[in-house]
Design a protein around this ligand. Structure first.
Ligand code: NAD
Length: 364
């Protein structure tokens, strides 16, 4: 397969490959779309089985970022970077400064950030070579850990889903099944308990389960495979992707799926349709989990935590718009979300073009 035949190449604007034998850096940066602004997306380090796998990942993830930023109302495009290799071997200053130079060479068309297997320390090294990096530690004037914002966004999104399904957004007498007690899951749990929900949790890490059930009342634990069968008001996937699939959907006893994980549906078209048929309201992942990117976006304009939280609140309205469009057109919520994101990319992108060509005049 040649590069131009790659099945995940969907109108990407630019894909840059680099190999620096000196540091061992092997990286790919994909800029999917910059209609709304510079392409922002994290840098992932992964020991891919093949370069084709790495390319597929970076193409898919960068496209996903275009939609996430567009639906969130941010003036950002979608991009992503992958560094191929074992983080234990290449997670050092030399490699990340070489990566920083690559980012810098794109002149701001791509802005990088933390992702799987990268840390704030690595982003500091990147920052030594380029200003086009966000998600720095708060001591460096950055916005720090994005997880509390992601969790808050999911909580706000759950309220919208409750309102749609039950006519009110109260968590009193509501039960939530929470899958994954990681960074986001733990912050989300706090919000849910404070709001009066009962929560059943699971994680593959038994220590986390024991700790959480000891620390809180109103929390019970179940095994990782049992979480799907819980009779609840909301199922919240906050672990890995593809948890909603052919095997798990028939087990679900919930009217709502709303959680933080990326790519929750194993096949978004097929499983989106099945959920619609089963009358399970699905909050599209790339909308409900956008709190983190909304927060780092603030760094580009002078960071304010208050402003970030206020922007994250918009997730409620955006989900309502998605739910209404889905109902009106009888289409899965994922398709409704894609339609709204594409319309914004088109309309705002067009506005930018008009601006550039001088055919757009402000009224004096
Ligand atoms: P994390 O790695 O801190 O936590 C994931 C947790 O899920 C871990 O505790 C892990 O033990 C558990 N887990 C893994 N497989 C499991 C399984 N089969 N069953 C139950 N538990 C399992 O990750 P995180 O930062 O909390 O992110 C959670 C999800 O949300 C990920 O999919 C991530 O991509 C997505 N997300 C995170 C953010 C963010 O701000 N951190 C932003 C957007 C999306």
């Amino acid at each position: 397969m040649g590069f131009f035949d790659a099945p995940d190449l969907h109108g990407h604007e630019e894909v840059v490959f680099t190999h620096d034998p000196e540091t061992g850096l092997k990286a790919i940066i994909a800029v999917h779309n910059t209609s709304l602004g510079p392409a922002l997306g994290g840098c992932r380090v992964w020991n891919y089985e093949s370069e084709t796998d790495a390319l597929r990942d970076v193409l898919r993830l960068s496209e996903g970022m275009t939609y996430k930023s567009a639906i969130s109302g941010l003036n950002l495009g979608g991009g992503k970077a992958v560094i191929i290799g074992d983080v234990k071997e290449i997670g050092n200053e030399a490699t990340f400064r070489a990566f920083g130079r690559l980012v810098d060479s794109l002149g701001g068309r791509y802005i990088t950030a933390e992702d799987v297997n990268t840390t704030p320390r690595m982003m500091e090294w990147v920052h030594d070579e380029t200003e086009y990096v966000v998600g720095l530690a708060s001591e460096l004037g950055g916005s720090g850990d994005p997880s509390p914002f992601t969790a808050y966004g999911v909580f706000v999104g759950m309220k919208a889903a409750l309102k749609k399904v039950f006519g009110n957004e109260s968590f009193e007498n509501r039960k939530v099944a929470l899958q994954g007690l990681g960074h986001v899951g733990c912050y989300l749990l706090e919000h849910l308990l404070k709001a009066g929900a009962e929560v059943v949790v699971t994680d593959i890490d038994e220590e986390k389960l024991t700790r959480v059930t000891k620390e809180h009342k109103n929390v019970t634990a179940c095994g990782p495979d049992d979480i799907y069968q819980q009779e609840v008001d909301i199922f919240a996937p906050c672990a890995l992707g593809a948890g909603i699939n052919d095997e798990t959907i028939p087990q679900l006893k919930t009217p709502i799926i709303a959680g933080a994980a990326n790519n929750q549906l194993a096949n978004y078209e097929k499983h989106g349709k099945i959920l619609l048929e089963k009358n399970i309201l699905y909050a599209p992942d790339f909308c409900i989990n956008a709190g983190g990117v909304i927060n780092v976006y603030g760094e580009l304009e002078g960071y304010s935590e208050k402003r970030s939280y206020s922007r994250v609140n918009h997730i409620y309205d955006m989900l309502m718009e998605i739910f209404h469009l889905s109902e009106e057109q009888k289409i899965p919520t994922m398709s409704a979300a894609n339609t709204i994101a594409e319309a914004r990319i088109h309309n705002m992108g067009r506005l930018k073009q008009m601006h550039r060509s001088g055919s757009f005049h402000l009224k004096k």
